[in-house]
Ligand binder design. Structure first.
Ligand code: F6P
Length: 342
């Protein structure tokens, strides 16, 4: 093996650059050249590549986002997508690919692996919902961002004796809502995995007021749904290449309804992409560095079709075939922990 490619796909997170840097540094140590792929799978379909020298990755460790760019391009959507990617790899003399992404990117990586491309995956998503790893790159930074936001919202919400509904990302998994809510001291946390009973939420808020606490913070994941069977709240936008609608708006819906039922002024704050921006936390920098190094080591050892992963404190691998079996939803024990504070 002489040359490997690295790409970042799907929504960006802080820590991607740390992973790219680690791939380049470990590959250099092993005598491998690294080619960067621009904008995820799009770059391999369109032959949009860039050499990644040691100079190119200098100073990127603390930077959020990804120096390679990203996209939600789905290479499996076109009938000739896999053939085009294989052609790019052959033309450029690339022997293997490190794909850094969430379930969509890793799903495509799995298909390519089955078609004979040497691929190793690295899990990243602020949602923390990739199967086969305890943690993904970007989760810790996002949770810290949510915690900081809740800390700030606390003082203003308390001064005005209001209820604040904080909408966070999390389409199918409530990891960010639960961890952010726990760290920020939320008074109720609503996650996609457990349809919420609005009257139960209101009852908890009333109980809290009855004990003299005149303000409350409710954290809701964008994918949370009420028990009455209503669908997820969707923004007015088309679906992306992987078929996902753009979610958002549940916070405002909830705030209106809570205000109506409790007759307490209720506001909604949508944290949005602030959760995915900025500099990676120390945890994410170290995790990304360990994943990047491990991915190169797997390729050098000839073990492909796997994703590097964290189990406990140890770096392990999981077959991509297992990774794509579904979403890793919130640990019910963590969900139960948030209920203690309702
Ligand atoms: O996949 C991660 C995620 O952060 C989801 O929680 C959210 O629904 C989505 O990305 C938003 O992505 P975009 O920036 O493309 O709108």
């Amino acid at each position: 093996m002489n040359r490997i490619a690295v790409l970042t796909g799907g929504g960006d997170v802080p820590g991607l650059n740390a992973a790219i840097r680690a791939v380049v540094r470990r590959a250099g140590e092993k005598g491998l050249e690294v080619t960067g792929v621009r904008d995820g799978w799009r770059g391999l379909l369109a032959d949009d590549l860039v050499p990644l020298s040691r100079d190119a990755i200098s100073g990127i460790l603390p930077k959020g986002g990804t120096i390679l760019g990203t996209s939600r391009t789905n290479p499996l959507r076109d009938a000739d997508g896999i053939a085009r990617i294989k052609a790019t790899l052959a033309r450029r003399g690339i022997d293997a690919v490190v794909a850094i992404g969430g379930d969509d990117t890793l799903g495509a990586a799995c298909r390519l692996s089955r078609e004979g491309v040497a691929v190793v995956g690295i899990p990243k998503t602020m949602d923390n919902d990739v199967r086969g790893t305890d943690v993904t790159i970007g989760f810790d930074t996002a949770v810290n961002a949510v915690m900081d936001a809740i800390d700030r919202l606390h003082s203003t919400t308390e001064s005005h004796h209001r209820i604040m509904v904080v909408e966070v990302m999390g389409r199918d998994a409530g990891w960010v809502a639960a961890a952010g809510g726990l760290a920020g001291g939320a008074d109720a946390v609503l996650v996609p995995e457990v349809p919420f009973d609005l009257e139960e939420v209101c009852a908890a808020l009333r109980r809290r007021r009855a004990t003299g606490r005149r303000f409350s913070i409710v954290v809701v994941a964008e994918g949370a749904v009420p028990k009455d069977g209503a669908a997820q709240t969707v923004r007015d936008a088309p679906v992306d290449a992987f078929g996902h609608a753009r979610l958002g708006g549940i916070g405002a819906v909830l705030a209106r309804e809570i205000e109506r039922r409790l007759e307490v002024e209720t506001r909604a704050t949508v944290l949005g992409h602030v959760q995915r921006g900025g500099s990676p936390s120390a945890f994410d920098r170290i995790l990304a560095t360990r994943f990047g190094v491990a991915a190169v080591d797997e390729l050098v050892a000839g073990r492909t079709g796997v994703m590097v992963a964290l189990r406990g404190t140890t770096i392990v691998t999981t077959p991509l075939d297992d990774v794509i079996k579904g979403t890793r939803t919130l640990d019910p024990a963590i969900g139960a922990l948030t209920r203690l504070f309702w």
